[in-house]
Each structure stands twice: as structure tokens, then as C-alpha cells.
Design a protein around this ligand. Structure first.
Ligand code: PLP
Length: 282
């Protein structure tokens, strides 16, 4: 695999990261995951815009333009001959002596990235997945796609131990989002999802799905709903760059709707697949 680090493309063995990198010490950085279909980056501009927004929210100045980072991502896709997969890119505040406050001298942010093969989750898309609710113990800036993912890691592990594909964060009884996805409920033909506040990450896939709802004439509302209301939904969906439009067929062992992917979920899956770059199979 060819990696990108500090302005250079190199084999993994050639990657040198300082032990003093603030990403390593503090999780002081931001990242993006961009899907690749048929060798083409999908919604790359949206991801790069969000990367710069996340960086700006933590007062990190990325020493590149959005276009330059997209070109690096494209180069990685080419060099690694990625057909279906994703690009991971992160920017940390750089390497200095371990002090919590920002470095005062000219320390450069460190950009690292790679491209990797990753097939579409066809089995999950077809059969749906089980999920588990967990307490949302994260901080109050979940809108930032930060490298600090301990809350998300703990939640995903709890779901994993319960043989569930995803954890659903619940804060004060309200369904927020997944540990690495956004959540949608469908009731009486209306699609509901948590508003894009500081308490969730406004997913790029979430935005695509909301646009697809609008295009298909499906009513979509950014409105809070409780765990109890979630159990009573006709359909439930989780979305992310890698999960796409995945049906959720159970929450905490309780079957949602018929226990199979519902009609609106399948309509959205079909519309989602249709707008992917070129003809994606499956
Ligand atoms: N919410 C969280 C906490 C995430 O980590 C992610 C992505 O991994 C998402 C939502 C979904 O975002 P996107 O659709 O941009 O991948």
C-alpha cells in the first residue's frame, strides 16, 4: 500500500510519524473517510469541505487547499489501483514537546492518508443489521470529525460484544446517531432523523439520503425522537460513507417493523445506488 505523509507518497515502511505527534498524544486532529466506487472518489468536495470545517473548529490551519487534498486522494486511488474502497485522510496539529496548549513556534500540521480496497457491505444492505443502544458519554462537539474517538470506540465495542453491528447513542432518552453512522426512523411514511446540531456529526451520507427523500417525494424531518419511539418505528436505517443505506432490523433485541428491510429503506437504497459513479454492481 502506498501512503501519503508530509508531502510524499511512500510505502508503509517509509512512513515516519513522530512520537511527539499531537494526534498520538491528544487525538489533536481531524479526519475524513471518502468512498471510492469504480476508481472514482464519491462526494469528495463535501468531505473536504467538512475536513476544513472540522479543522477550523479546532483552530487548526491545514497547509493545503481542498483541491490539493482531493488531488492527493485521487493519486492514492490510482497508485493503489483501488476499484471499490476508501481513502482515509487525517490532519494532526503536528509534533512538539507534550504540552496541552497549541505549539507557539512554527510547527506544521501533519497530513497522512492512504487508499484501501473495501467492498460494498452487500450482505448487510440486503439482510439488515442488529443494533444496541448505549449511553452517549461523548463531549458536546460531536459535530467535529475529530480523532478523539474513545467514546465511539467504547460504544462500538459494547455493541460488538452483544453481536450487534452498530451502537446507537442515546442522550437524555433521545436517539442521537450511531457510533460511526447516522440514524433514521420511518413512521407512517415520514422519515425522521436527529437535527444537525453540535451533538451529532452531520454525515455526508445523511445529507445525500435527505436529498434523495426530497427527490423521491418522501417527507423527511429533522426531529428528535426517543428510544421508545425508535422501537415503534416501521423501519429504521443507518447511514455512513461505508455502510451506505443499511437497514436496521433490531434495536436491543427488539424487532423493528417486520424485521426485514422495509419499502422506504429499499427505495432509498435503490436511489442511492443509482447516483453512484458509473454502474456500480450489487
Ligand atoms: N456519525 C459519526 C459519529 C461518524 O463517525 C460517521 C462516519 O463515520 C457518521 C456519523 C457518518 O458520516 P458520513 O456519512 O459522512 O460517513
Amino acid at each position: 500500500t502506498i501512503y501519503f505523509i508530509d508531502g510524499q507518497f511512500t510505502e508503509k515502511d517509509g512512513v515516519k510519524i513522530s512520537i511527539d505527534d499531537r494526534g498520538y498524544y491528544f487525538g489533536d486532529g481531524v479526519y475524513e473517510v471518502i468512498k471510492v466506487y469504480n476508481g472514482e472518489l464519491y462526494t469528495a468536495e463535501e468531505h473536504m469541505t467538512r475536513l476544513f470545517q472540522s479543522a477550523s473548529k479546532i483552530k487548526l490551519a491545514i497547509p493545503h487547499t481542498e483541491r490539493q487534498l482531493i488531488e492527493i486522494a485521487e493519486e492514492l486511488v490510482k497508485k493503489n489501483e483501488i476499484d471499490t474502497g476508501h481513502v482515509y485522510m487525517q490532519v494532526t496539529r503536528g509534533a512538539t514537546q507534550r504540552l496541552h496548549h497549541f505549539p507557539e513556534t512554527n510547527v506544521s500540521p501533519v497530513v497522512t492518508a492512504y487508499a484501501i480496497l473495501n467492498p460494498r457491505p452487500l450482505t448487510n444492505l440486503k439482510d439488515g443489521v442488529a443494533t444496541k443502544t448505549v449511553d452517549d458519554i461523548r463531549w458536546l462537539r460531536c459535530d467535529i470529525k475529530s480523532l478523539n474517538l474513545l467514546g465511539n470506540v467504547m460504544a462500538k465495542q459494547e455493541a460488538h460484544e452483544a453481536e450487534c453491528a452498530e451502537a446507537i447513542f442515546v442522550r437524555d432518552g433521545i436517539v442521537m446517531e450511531g457510533s460511526s453512522s447516522n440514524m433514521f426512523g420511518v413512521k407512517g411514511g415520514v422519515v425522521y432523523t436527529h437535527p444537525a446540531t453540535n451533538l451529532i456529526l452531520n454525515g455526508i451520507t445523511r445529507r445525500v439520503v435527505m436529498q434523495l427523500c426530497a427527490d423521491l417525494g418522501i417527507q423527511v424531518e429533522e426531529k428528535e425522537f426517543t428510544t421508545e419511539e425508535a422501537f415503534e418505528m416501521d423501519e429504521f436505517i443507518m447511514t455512513s460513507t461505508t455502510a451506505e443505506v443499511t437497514p436496521v432490523i433490531s434495536i436491543d433485541g427488539k424487532q423493528i417493523g417486520s424485521g426485514a428491510p422495509g419499502p422506504i429503506t429499499m427505495k432509498l437504497q435503490e436511489a442511492f445506488a443509482k447516483q453512484l459513479p458509473l454502474a456500480v454492481i450489487g
